[in-house]
Design a protein around this ligand. Structure first.
Ligand SMILES: Cc1ncc(C[n+]2csc(CCOP(=O)(O)OP(=O)(O)O)c2C)c(N)n1
Length: 342
């Protein structure tokens, strides 16, 4: 398993990033954690529908997204808000989407990020298609797709991996193996010893990386992106991490996993080891921590405000985005819906 920064903040290999860049990415991880905790709190206040927490997975998302160029495509899932935000997805739309407002799934045209996929695994083929199109058009951009360990049991994973390798598409498959697919442990998900080794069957490189190690995640992703850009085809990255919280706010992990396991993973916290690394280099102080947490909270509150100020959709609007020309049966349903409204 590729590892660069140990849980105690020591380097076991050279850092791929200068300390000031690490400091910037630490700030992004603090932002991500603040966003994530806010998401859970808002759901409990009844202001979001459900929320899928990613606490513990900040290094996997921030470290990989940091290696992208601004025009690279990102196709991610419901648990990948930090990665999506890093690639330009507006925060207020992330929040709006979690209220069930479908405008949350329509980022501005210049943002190269697809709306989050709720369908497990269904989005990986879209990333392959975007990567293939980019190659055919002679563009430099590549695509990255994020998914969980459970998603590798879906047929879509096989189709996407096979097509990506056969057509040599510039695509990076980024699996966050967080140990669980709801209540199903990784060991019962697949008989493969690792997720990374699945790459061998498709004829592409597979890399296993410590997903709580910002620097290792960055290094693995940077290398995979460079291969893709050099027309050397796709890569599968398995970031080994752990979901600290429940699957979503509708889940109670105490029913299927030992709290001691979660305590063990807390000792491998992705933020703490970077904090120690920075502290050692006199690049971290408690005052700066307070400052960046406060700045994150106010930026996030601003985004929540924007999401909550959006004019509510009307009864006919739910039909608006799927078809250019609405089929007859949906036109009828739309009329019926609008008539029944008031
Ligand atoms: C096709 C499909 N099947 C089932 C579900 C219900 N479901 C939602 S999340 C989930 C588990 C996914 O686990 P994993 O891929 O490991 O990702 P994680 O949630 O751990 O990030 C399931 C089964 C779904 N959304 N889509």
């Amino acid at each position: 398993m590729l590892a660069i920064l140990t849980p105690s903040g020591n380097l076991v290999a050279p850092s791929p990033l200068e300390p000031d860049v690490v400091r910037r990415l630490y700030r992004a991880m603090v932002f991500a954690r603040t966003y994530d905790r806010k998401g859970t709190a808002l759901q409990k206040q009844g202001r979001l529908a459900t929320y899928a927490s990613f606490e513990g997975q900040e290094a996997a998302q921030v470290g990989s997204a940091a290696a992208l160029e601004p025009e690279d495509w990102m196709v991610a899932s419901y648990r990948d808000a930090a990665a999506m935000w890093m690639q330009g997805y507006p925060l207020e739309l992330l929040f709006a989407g979690r209220t069930g407002d479908e405008r949350g799934g329509s980022p501005p045209a210049h943002v190269p990020v697809l709306p989050p996929s709720i369908t497990v695994g269904g989005h990986m083929v879209h990333a392959v298609g975007l990567a293939w199109a980019a190659r055919l058009r002679g563009e430099r951009r590549v695509a990255i797709t994020y998914f969980g360990d459970g998603a590798t049991s879906e047929g879509d994973f096989h189709e996407a991996m096979n097509f990506a390798a056969v057509f040599n598409t510039p695509c990076v498959f980024f699996c966050q193996n967080n140990g669980w697919a709801i209540s199903l442990p990784r060991e019962e998900q697949t008989k493969s010893e690792t997720i990374a080794q699945k790459a061998i069957a498709y004829g592409m490189p597979g890399v296993q990386v410590d997903g709580n190690d910002l620097l290792a995640v960055y290094a693995a992703t940077e290398e995979a992106l460079a291969r893709a850009r050099a027309n050397e085809g796709p890569t599968l990255i398995e970031a080994v991490t752990y979901r600290i919280g429940p699957h979503t706010t509708a889940d109670d992990p105490a029913r299927y996993r030992a709290g001691t396991l979660t305590d063990e993973w807390r000792q491998r916290d992705p933020l703490e080891r970077v904090r120690l690394f920075l502290s050692e280099r006199e690049l971290w102080t408690a005052e700066w921590q307070e400052e960046i947490e406060a700045a994150a909270a106010s930026e996030i509150d601003r985004a929540i405000g924007l999401a909550e100020e959006m004019v509510p959709l009307g009864p006919g609007d739910v039909f608006a985005s799927m078809y250019a020309d609405l089929p007859r049966h949906l036109r009828l349903q739309q009329a019926e819906n609008m008539a029944g409204w008031g």
